[in-house]
Ligand binder design. Structure first.
Ligand code: G3P
Ligand code: CA
Length: 451
């Protein structure tokens, strides 16, 4: 009796596959009950010189929900409220003090300038306010919508802003009641603030694509897009699905205000707060309540859309199970014949690829069947077939451990692939055969380079 024994060697490699389900879709809008917010863009800048007390006082009189500030930094490190990076457009006075870049002038220089005469002679005494002066004037009686304008990391605008919030007890009010919203065209600036205090509500200014909108929810509570045709209901709904409020800028006509409201925005920047307030009528929130409601609505949206990842993990598996050992039966001396035999194997692989190979680990007559000190003169041939594997090549002599014979290749994970391993042993008419059993113990290996 002659037979062939085979021992499988399996290689186990760590791998993990996880599938996450998408978060549940939000209801339309952070909260339908929250009134659209009226953001007084640079104050009541349609009828007053922007970023002046006169402008803010009037916006507050009109009943705006927020007064908006753009921040610049003076050469001596003070946050001032000015849109432009230069003094030229909105200040008048001595050229040495009132023209050129804000960050090249001291606060004392800037304070010599009129911030209102460019708009009208009656505003000649208006000055460029510092942010601290605004906080001193209005305290916690108003809501602030503050923009870090073209922030340079060297200016530490964000640190200065948060220090002032703390000094005037506005940080907690910002976190809890959205009394301060911090806005920027600079994602880096917002991320800097987020890193300092992730509870602070941030608004990213820009018009991101539909596909990228959800990513802003990682650090922002809302988006401030430039209003145009792209800011339609679909865009707004996409933002709302990620619990991002939408406050487009700068909308100064009733027709555009109506279009924005029809698209479902949660508020808007306007130079003419009275127009929007008139349009909203009874929907308009009173006092600080609009911001508070917006915060509550945002919280409700987050609660509705609590992320609940669903998935499973696939443990790393390379499994090789062998069937009954193959046996050729009796070799007949003096008869030229090709003897065949087969065994089976079952392959399970979670790897990106895998290869099944076979080797004769023996250093004695490698690749040949042996009987004691005798070996068959011709090598043992092998190949394999399966449903999922790709045949590596025609039948070939079993190689040694250093050069195994590859049988099948797998280009993807596979489960319970039934493999047939075929052996062929040629015996020549003149081959001398010794009584007894010719056999070898072979090693099958399933291995991967992409676990
Ligand atoms: O901050 C919203 C809007 O004001 C952005 O434009 O140039 O007026 O600051 P800008
Ligand atoms: Ca602004």
């Amino acid at each position: 009796m002659r037979f062939l024994n085979k021992v499988a060697t399996t290689a186990l490699v760590v791998a993990s596959v996880a599938a996450l389900a998408p978060a549940a879709q939000a209801q339309s809008g952070p909260e339908a009950a929250a009134a659209p917010l009226v953001v007084a863009h640079r104050g009541a800048s349609g009828t007053r010189p922007e970023h002046t007390f006169a402008s803010y006082d009037h916006a507050i009189e009109l009943g705006a929900d927020y007064i908006e500030q753009d921040l610049q930094v003076t050469s001596d490190g003070v946050l001032v409220d000015m849109h432009d990076g230069t003094l030229n457009r909105t200040t008048r006075g001595d050229a040495a003090n009132c023209t050129g870049a804000v960050n090249t002038k001291t606060l004392a220089q800037i304070k010599t300038c009129s911030a209102g005469s460019w708009f009208g002679a009656e505003y000649v005494n208006e000055k460029v306010p510092t942010l601290e002066e605004l906080f001193q004037r209005y305290g916690n009686t108003v809501n602030y919508y503050i923009e870090t304008k073209q922030p340079d990391p060297a200016d530490h605008m964000e640190e200065k802003l948060l220090a002032l919030l703390d000094k005037y007890n506005l940080r907690t009010a910002s976190i809890n009641n959205w009394q301060v919203l911090i806005q920027s065209f600079s994602a880096d600036s917002l991320k800097t603030v987020h890193a300092m205090d992730p509870r602070l509500p941030l608004i990213f200014l820009g018009n991101p694509s539909l596909a990228t909108i959800p990513s802003y929810a990682d650090y922002a509570v809302g988006l401030g897009p430039s209003f145009g045709s792209s800011i339609n209901a679909n865009w707004v709904n996409t933002a709302h699905a990620s619990c991002l409020d939408v406050h487009p800028y700068t909308i100064n006509t009733v027709a555009n205000m109506q279009a924005a409201l029809a698209a479902g925005v949660d508020g808007m920047f306007t130079n003419f707060s009275d127009l929007l307030i008139g349009l909203l009528g009874d929907r308009k929130a009173k006092g600080l309540q609009g911001a508070i409601d917006a915060k509550r609505s945002h919280d409700a949206c987050l609660a509705r859309n609590a992320k609940a990842p669903v998935g499973g993990t696939v443990g790393a598996t390379l499994s090789l199970t062998l069937g009954t050992p193959a046996g050729f039966g009796a070799f007949v001396p003096g008869l030229a014949k090709d003897y065949t035999a087969s065994t089976t194997a079952t392959v399970v692989s979670t790897a990106g690829n895998a290869a099944l190979s076979i080797a004769d680990p023996s250093t004695t007559a490698t690749g040949k069947l042996v009987n004691g000190t005798f070996s068959l003169p011709q090598g043992l041939l092998v190949d394999a077939t399966s449903a999922a594997g790709t045949v590596a090549g025609p039948a070939a002599t079993v190689g040694g451990s250093a050069a195994p014979t590859t049988l099948l290749n797998y280009a993807a994970p596979v489960s319970n692939d039934a493999v047939t391993v075929n052996f062929k042993q040629s015996i020549g008419a003149a081959d001398a055969l010794r009584t007894g059993q010719y056999a070898k113990t072979l090693t099958l290996t399933l291995a991967t380079t992409a676990p």
